[in-house]
Write a protein that binds this ligand. Structure first.
Ligand code: NAP
Ligand code: F7E
Length: 329
């Protein structure tokens, strides 16, 4: 019987996919939103009609307690974070406070308000960093390579700790990169598909990237949020790797995205050291056997379809913007 869920990070990529999934299952869904007048509220309302809003911030303990007291959820999904690895090098303390300590704040709020609430923590493959084995699974040791990865490792262990110390139902999903047309423009996949569309339409000529040799295990966000929900429906809390098991380089992503609009990526991609990171995660690939066997989770969108979906969506958006521009001139 579906109940009530609270999502932090509702205005992000995963927040809207998860909210749509939970609403489709019959949940009452609350979204925690920060700031005085968050500009993304309208976009979320449009995508997820029926969402109810609560104000709160992972940096502010009492706002989290108040939010839980108001909505009395059965499940909390903690997706809120500073999630951009490159920014985490520039704002390491802010990242530690939000992405790391923010997890303890929400766990403490749950412990105080109602320790029976089931909790999902958005852990990350960035915790594996300089990988100790390939592919990575739930038992692979962590070696994070950025303030973001370090903060996520803290969030992961505090989630495990509240399970072991207080018997709380806390789960950690170690999710590998997942993308969609809703991905922020700062992340490499969307940066590429957005640029490919603009170059095809003659708006831009080139795109500047950093390390195009790095490799990631890229899946579709719409598939991954289903794993988050499944974790909280099990008899016992646990941790799960969620991944496709296939890895591709940024170079391959470029090749496919530009080919999709009939262009050769080599004519348009330039490299710029400004986009290199102080330390890089060279290659990630996950082993999601546990999620597949225990949760019955599976991927429905493969790499080729993901790239096609993102380029197609950016082409449509850019064409619409051009039409509106022409009509208002
Ligand atoms: P995203 O698009 O960057 O969204 C991040 C969300 O966090 C936004 O809604 C943002 O809200 C919110 N947030 C930032 N600071 C906050 C604060 N102080 N208090 C409350 N909320 C705050 O991230 P995503 O791709 O959807 O990822 C969701 C989660 O999964 C993140 O925790 C991310 O680190 C993790 N993760 C993502 C991936 C991936 O490949 N996408 C993989 C593994 C793990 P505002 O609108 O207020 O900025
Ligand atoms: O970079 C390289 C970059 O920023 C991917 C977050 O959701 O997934 C994401 O983190 C790769 C890196 O994602 C550019 O150096 C080259 O090797 O798209 P990204 P990420 O760092 O893998 C994990 C699982 C998370 O948990 C995070 O929250 O691409 N790259 N040139 C570039 N990256 C960017 N952003 N921009 C470039 O121009």
């Amino acid at each position: 019987m579906p109940g009530t869920a609270l999502i932090t990070g509702i205005t992000g990529q995963d927040g809207t996919y998860l909210a749509q999934h939970l609403l489709s299952l019959g949940y009452q869904v609350y979204g925690l939103v920060r700031g005085q007048n968050n500009p993304k509220i309208g976009m979320v309302d449009q995508l997820c009609p029926g969402i109810e809003w609560l104000e709160g911030d992972l940096l502010d303990q009492s706002s989290l307690i108040a939010a839980l007291e108001t909505c009395q959820p059965d499940e909390v999904y903690n997706l809120g974070a500073i999630s951009f690895v490159a920014l985490s090098f520039k704002q390491a303390i802010n990242t530690g406070e939000t992405t790391g300590l923010g997890v303890t704040r929400i766990l403490e709020a749950i412990r105080v308000v109602n320790p029976k609430i089931r909790f999902y923590q958005a852990s990350s493959s960035e915790m594996f960093g300089k990988v100790r084995e390939t592919p990575q699974n739930e038992l692979t040791p962590f070696h994070p390579r950025s303030p973001y990865g370090v903060a996520k490792a803290y969030g992961h262990y505090i989630t495990v700790n509240y399970r072991e110390s207080f018997g709380m139902f806390t789960c950690s999903g170690i999710l590998f990169n997942h993308e969609s047309p809703r991905r922020g423009l700062e992340f490499v996949t969307r940066k590429i598909t957005h640029a490919a569309a603009r170059i095809k339409l003659g708006i831009d000529q080139t795109i500047a990237l950093g390390n195009i040799d790095s490799k990631r295990d890229w899946g579709f966000a719409g598939d991954y949020v289903k794993a988050m929900h499944l974790m909280l429906q099990q008899e016992a809390p646990d941790d799960y790797v969620v991944a496709t098991g296939h890895t591709h380089s940024v170079r391959e992503f470029c090749e496919l995205a530009f080919a999709h609009v009939g262009l050769d990526w080599q004519d348009h991609v330039v490299t710029d050291p400004r986009f290199l990171r102080p330390a890089e995660v060279d290659v990630l690939v996950g082993d999601a056997t546990k999620a597949r066997t225990k949760l019955g989770w599976k991927t429905e969108v493969d790499f080729g379809h993901l790239v096609a979906m993102m380029v197609g969506s950016d082409m449509e958006a850019q064409r619409t913007a051009q039409r509106i521009g022409a009509a208002t001139r």
